[in-house]
Design a protein around this ligand. Structure first.
Ligand code: NAP
Length: 373
């Protein structure tokens, strides 16, 4: 199909002045947060309370289990409503922070009712008619949305892509080799609950000294993880894909290629879960088109929007999840040129998977869209 230059064929319920009914009343666009009670939704409400208040009504939506609960946003208590077709009446932008199958079913409903959907799930990320957007890297892509949907990348990709996008713009990326050290909140609220429960069971013990002692202590309660995550690292995230790859590993590969506009970029990823509540870390081996210098790489990272260079190993300074959690930027340390390849760099990157890795990027996309309305 032909893609119109801006906005796509969005079907919008409008007044005679071209605005949605609520936007016309308040002068500001109306927002729905679908999945407001979840791990990402909770951080989203904090971000909406901290960012410039550009929204008229903010409607909070979740499953019928949460209907009637009150949540705080912009200093006000707002009642959660159950997801139905009617919740999108008068809504200009609908953020979806819900499981894939819920987004798959309901995002098109919201788009058909005239809302621009910004979807945090994996349901539409690889749809060629849905842009996958990181505002620091490819903001222009958000304006072309034939299905009325803009997708937010997955948290592991987002935790590194702002820094990589800046390096790619200067050096031209040729290859990526990535290992992740992923926080349990990447598996939602249930992941956090599982780690906290397991930590209670192992705290103050001598466990971790004989094979299987941690597994016996935590029992079968491994929650969304295939192995105990307390006192452990688990080389797995997501579900099984072809040839032993995990879905999370395939997401990092496919989404990095789409965001950077490099459909043939060689990407090899190993995803590992670690006993960290929030903030994903990654080691990145990035090979570029020609020789690179650490000094120039450091200059680029030190000045790139959304990136903090924190790299002084002599002083013991490098990013760690314990310091990065709750912050917005992508933090980069341990910048080195690969010893055996002058065209490649080694980096250690940390990003809060619930902020830039999810809610913040979604909020930034929604703000880009709102500026058009
Ligand atoms: N966690 C991360 O780091 C991260 C990062 C990037 C993207 N994401 C994606 O963001 C989405 C949300 O993840 P999360 O970690 O916030 O999950 P979560 O903590 O499990 O929260 C899920 C949310 O979806 C709602 N929900 C579930 N089923 C529903 C239904 N049938 N109808 C309406 N609402 C329903 C839940 O409402 P109730 O409370 O009423 O059940 C809750 O608000 C997922 O697609 C995830 O892959 C997560």
């Amino acid at each position: 199909m032909t893609v119109p230059p801006y906005g796509g064929p969005v079907r919008r319920r409008t007044t005679k002045t071209g605005q949605s009914a609520l936007a016309a009343k308040t002068g500001r666009p109306a927002l729905a947060v679908v999945g407001a009670t979840g791990a990402v939704g909770t951080v989203m409400l904090q971000i909406l309370s901290q960012h410039a208040d550009i929204w008229g009504e903010i409607r909070l939506v979740a499953s019928p289990r949460s209907a009637g609960r009150k949540l705080s946003v912009r200093g006000e208590q707002v009642e959660v409503v159950a997801l139905t077709e009617e919740v999108f009446d008068g809504i200009d932008v609908a953020m979806f922070d819900v499981p894939d199958e819920v987004a798959e079913r309901w995002a098109p409903v919201a788009a058909a009712k005239g809302a621009v959907v910004v979807d945090n799930s994996g349901a539409f990320r690889m749809d060629p008619e849905v842009p996958l957007v990181v505002p620091e890297v490819n903001p222009h892509a958000a304006r072309v949305r034939p299905r009325g949907i803009v997708a937010n990348p997955n948290c592991t990709t987002l935790s590194m892509i702002v820094a990589l996008g800046a390096l790619h713009a200067e050096f031209g990326l040729r290859e990526l080799v990535v290992s992740s050290y992923q926080a349990v909140s990447g598996a939602g609220q249930r992941g956090v609950d599982t780690l906290r429960q397991q930590l209670k069971l192992v705290a103050g013990t001598e466990l971790g000294t004989t094979p299987g002692d941690v597994r016996r202590a935590v029992g079968d309660n491994t929650g969304p993880f295939p192995e105990p995550v307390a006192l452990n690292v688990v080389p797995w995230a997501g579900s099984l894909r072809e040839d032993g790859w995990s879905s999370e590993e395939m997401k990092v590969r496919d989404e990095s290629r789409k965001i950077l506009g490099l459909p043939n970029l060689p990407v090899a990823v190993t995803c590992v879960r670690v006993p960290v509540v929030t903030t994903h870390s990654l080691t990145v081996h990035a090979r570029f088109q020609g020789e690179v210098t650490v000094n120039r790489a450091r200059e680029i990272l030190a000045t790139a929007p959304g990136v903090v260079l924190f790299d002084n190993p002599a002083a013991g300074e490098f990013p760690t999840p314990a310091d990065v959690v709750g912050t917005d930027p992508t933090w980069v340390g341990r910048v080195r040129r690969t010893l055996d390849d002058p065209t490649a760099l080694e980096l250690f990157v940390c990003g809060d998977n619930l902020r830039k890795g999810a809610a913040l990027n979604t909020a930034q996309i929604a703000e880009l869209v709102a500026a058009e309305l």
